[in-house]
Design a protein around this ligand. Structure first.
Ligand code: GLY
Ligand code: MN
Ligand code: MN
Length: 438
């Protein structure tokens, strides 16, 4: 199936689920960095999921019913603007290249959309996602309501279109899994490159540059999120992003970085010694987090519930915290009291896809954890972060460790698509010894 065909099928599938009504799905606005400089443009994930169209200033209007119509509004061709900013498909080009039923200039939006929404029973729109679009849609609805006496009705209900799209996005197609595998492999190699390049005395940002270099030279145009390159105690700051400290002999380096490829995210964390050799205390904690991660991955299989990997990781971690003198009491008591949260304060994973924290509910309608199904993709990322404290053995102070892989739920269990990034103590030490680090 061609890529364009897959986008068309997604629009058809959404229209079928809507039954009757119209959906408005705008792409993301451009964001100004300062004056006339923009941040690199990133389309809206829902819009891209349904169109494959990556230009700013675009909106998909999908009319469901017996004869569904997918209508794109996009920027017109404009030779002057194209000389300055680059190619634009224009409505005609976009219609034929991307397979829309109709396409019009975005400048006709205010004139055409109220007409197209007239007498549609429901409007599917993600109200509350963007204030500017909320305002615009409200104006269109007010215009329609004002025409009530001429027999044109405004939609009687507004439904959040994300409810339908989130469920669709949760199960990845073979084509999506293929892109995600490629993003995972590029990212795994970037982590390997970081391990090979790291030496005591380097700055965190120098290692970040190695990671980004590997992303870009393989066609990824941006990281999927701001990279965390955290040496020593910085690894205990969960969202550390300044990446500007010196890396010292004897410290661990935690890198949480993933590339975005064709819109899809990879999300890998590896933690390794700056010197290439783990100390005894670092190794104790590292082996514990790794054991927790293996236990969690074991729980990734169809019909297992979402929280099972977290529960498995937590049990291993808590047992280890007790054995290492970080927590006191029984496993059950430490879990019950939440005392473990001094060292493990986040959950063990999230959905992964177009967004790094991807679309999709974690609980079902009755409030229970939902079941895993083939085609879902999630991260498995237990960790352990030890800040100095009187009741904590000093040998563990300022050690922060996380090990994160990307996992596809398969009919037979789990497939770790980020396995090319070394994670056992042996594999890491061997690789770094080969690079002459230790
Ligand atoms: N890198 C973001 C996360 O691991 O959730
Ligand atoms: Mn993650
Ligand atoms: Mn991560």
């Amino acid at each position: 199936m061609s890529q364009i065909e897959e986008f068309r099928l997604r629009r058809q599938q959404l229209a079928r689920q809507m039954g009757r009504g119209a959906a408005l799905i705008p792409t993301a606005p451009e964001a100004i960095r300062n004056r006339d400089s923009h941040y690199p443009y990133r389309f809206d994930s829902y819009f891209y999921y349904l169109t494959g169209f990556d230009e700013p200033e675009a909106l998909l209007l999908l009319i469901a019913g017996e004869h569904p119509r997918s209508i794109l509004f996009c920027r017109d061709k404009d030779m002057e603007r194209e000389i300055w900013d680059g190619f634009r498909h224009g409505p005609q080009g976009a219609q034929s290249t991307f397979g829309f039923d109709e396409a019009y200039p975005i400048s006709q939006l205010d004139e055409m959309v109220p007409k197209l929404l007239g007498n549609q029973p429901k409007l599917y729109f993600s109200l509350g996602a963007d204030a500017a679009w909320d305002q615009r849609v409200t104006t269109w609805l007010q215009q329609l309501r004002a025409q009530g006496r001429s027999g044109i009705n405004a939609p009687a209900a507004i439904v959040d279109v994300r409810q339908l799209l989130d469920e669709m996005r949760l199960i990845k197609s073979p084509a999506e899994l293929d892109v995600m595998q490629r993003a995972a492999t590029i990212t795994a190699n970037a982590h390997k490159r970081a391990m090979l390049a790291t030496k005591p005395g380097m700055m965190e940002y120098e290692v970040e540059a190695e990671v980004l270099h590997e992303f870009y030279r393989h066609g990824s145009r941006a990281p999927a999120y701001t990279s965390i390159v955290a040496g020593g105690a910085n690894a205990c700051v969960l969202h550390y992003v300044s990446n500007a400290a010196r890396l010292n002999n004897g410290e661990l380096l935690l890198i949480d970085a993933g590339c975005e490829l064709d819109g899809y995210a990879a999300d890998i964390t590896r933690t390794f010694p700056v010197s290439g050799k783990f100390s005894a205390a670092q190794k104790d904690l590292y082996e514990l987090v790794l054991a927790a991660q293996y236990a969690a991955i074991e729980q990734v299989k169809p019909s297992q519930h979402w929280d099972a990997p977290h529960e498995a990781a937590l049990e291993v971690l808590v047992r280890g915290f007790i054995d290492l003198g970080l927590c006191q009491g029984s496993v059950e008591a430490v879990i019950e009291s939440g005392d473990y949260r001094r060292f493990y304060m986040h959950r063990t994973g999230h959905w992964l896809g177009l967004d790094v924290h991807d679309a999709g509910e974690y609980k079902d309608a009755s409030g229970d954890w939902r079941s895993l199904q083939p085609g879902m993709v999630l991260t498995v990322e237990p960790g352990c972060y030890v800040r100095p404290a009187d009741n904590v053995p000093e040998c563990f102070w300022n050690i922060g460790i996380r090990i994160e892989d990307n996992v596809v739920v398969m009919a037979h269990g789990a497939e770790v698509i980020t396995a090319a990034a070394p994670k056992t103590v042996n594999d890491i030490e061997q690789l770094m010894a080969e690079a002459g680090v230790s």
